[in-house]
Design a protein around this ligand. Structure first.
Ligand SMILES: [Mn+2]
Length: 403
């Protein structure tokens, strides 16, 4: 570990924007607000709250978060259209600290296949809308969408022009999750050499997980000089999802000597945040998910269990307590329903009365045979409930789609 002072790596969480683009996920304003409040407790630096021009509901959600969630910068997404930029500024008006995030597709495929615009048109639109955003809001992030597949010279041209137009964060998206760590690091280094002005703004990355490389690509970006990483809780997001917040933050925490940075994340809120997002999206966390999966702290083989009993460090690099999953005794056979409900809420579960009653019956049965009922035991007890609610949600989605 280094004795040098660690630089700050900012976490922009986009669970409420890119995460909502996960198939089947649609948040209500109330859902978004409760996730945003939890993201503030988790101490992310920036909450990307939504895309105000996309729907009146999303406008209302961004506005509510801007007014009621304090601490993090509240960001809103905008295409390179004047009405989008103005909708962001209006929705963000109640925020203490606001950011407008402007993006446009810059790759040949996006220019010709989707936008039907020439390089010149894309460049002009990016510059004029970045300038408008900078006029309306002191904090502007610009993203050349599909940066990883954009011709390098054009990428450099757009980035340099948008910095000049007022962007103070340049975010490089690997929109389709196509790049690899070596290629991505090489691109960032090349861009920094071509565009010296990049050193005067915050460099950010937004990596997708189509090849399972989102966390790795985010980490090499930090080595290359990125000081903001965009993530989603549980790695949700469009298609195979985004870099998982809990994975990036934990790797950074465990390797300060490698990366030379630290985040502001309160790691003890990680599990609770994961549970809340899972509940409100209806997307179960796979049991073997890094950091927050139900099996992340389970040790099954005899050799591993033997090692763990002698010294936890033998097979455990992250302790359950680190992510807010106390494995210590929390409840026993004398604990009542109220204590059980309280602990479940602390763990991020939102169960109705009937579900709490079912959980309580199981808890009592377990407490009779097992002296110590841990948080992990409680998670096992309510796992079926989560499954039931998940099924219910899927049915609900289908019903609302067909009606
Ligand atoms: Mn994305």
């Amino acid at each position: 570990m280094t004795a040098e002072k660690l630089e700050r790596l900012r976490i922009l969480d986009t669970t409420l924007r890119d995460g909502e683009q996960s198939p089947g996920v649609a948040f209500s304003v109330e859902d978004k607000l409760s996730i945003a409040l939890q993201l503030a407790r988790l101490r992310v630096d920036v909450i990307e709250a939504g895309f105000p021009a996309s729907s009146p509901g999303d406008f209302a959600a961004v506005q509510a978060i801007a007014g009621q969630v304090h601490g993090p910068v509240i960001a809103a997404l905008s295409r390179c259209f004047e009405q989008d930029v103005r909708a962001c500024a209006q929705a963000l008006q109640p925020a203490t600290r606001a950011r407008i995030h402007v993006f446009i597709g810059t790759s040949l495929i996006h220019r010709e296949g989707q936008l039907r615009m020439s390089r010149r048109e894309v460049l002009d639109r990016a510059v004029s809308m970045t300038a408008l955003a900078a006029n309306l809001c002191g904090d502007v992030e610009f993203s050349p969408m599909d940066a990883s597949r954009t011709e390098r010279e054009f990428l450099a041209e757009v980035v340099a022009a948008c910095i000049k137009a007022g962007a103070n964060t340049i975010n490089l998206p690997d929109t389709v999750g196509y790049t690899t760590p070596d290629e991505w690091r090489d691109l960032i280094a090349w861009l920094q050499a071509q565009v010296p002005e990049l050193a005067s703004v915050t460099l950010s990355v937004h990596c997708h997980n189509d090849l399972g490389l989102a966390t790795a690509n985010s980490l090499v970006s930090v080595l290359a000089g990125a000081r903001q990483v965009e993530t989603c809780v549980n790695g949700i997001g469009e298609r195979a999802g985004n870099a998982a917040l809990e994975e990036v933050a934990t790797a950074i925490r465990l390797h300060p000597g490698v990366y030379g940075v630290e985040t502001g994340i309160d790691h003890t809120q990680l599990l609770r945040t994961s549970r809340l997002v899972s509940q409100l999206t209806g997307m179960l966390v796979q049991p073997n998910k890094a950091v927050v999966g139900a099996n992340a702290f389970a040790h099954h083989s005899g050799i591993h269990q033997d090692g763990m009993l002698k010294d936890r460090r033998t097979f455990e690099i992250i302790e359950p307590e680190d992510v807010g999953a106390g494995s210590r005794l929390v409840l026993g056979k004398l604990s009542g329903r109220h204590a059980l409900r309280e602990r479940l809420v602390q763990l991020g579960y939102r169960l109705d009365d009937a579900a709490v009653q079912r959980a309580f019956t199981r808890f009592k049965a377990l407490a009779d045979i097992k002296r110590e009922v841990t948080d992990l035991d409680l998670e096992a007890i309510v796992a079926d409930e989560e499954q039931i609610q998940h099924v219910f949600r899927l049915e609900h989605v289908q019903v609302s789609y067909s009606s």
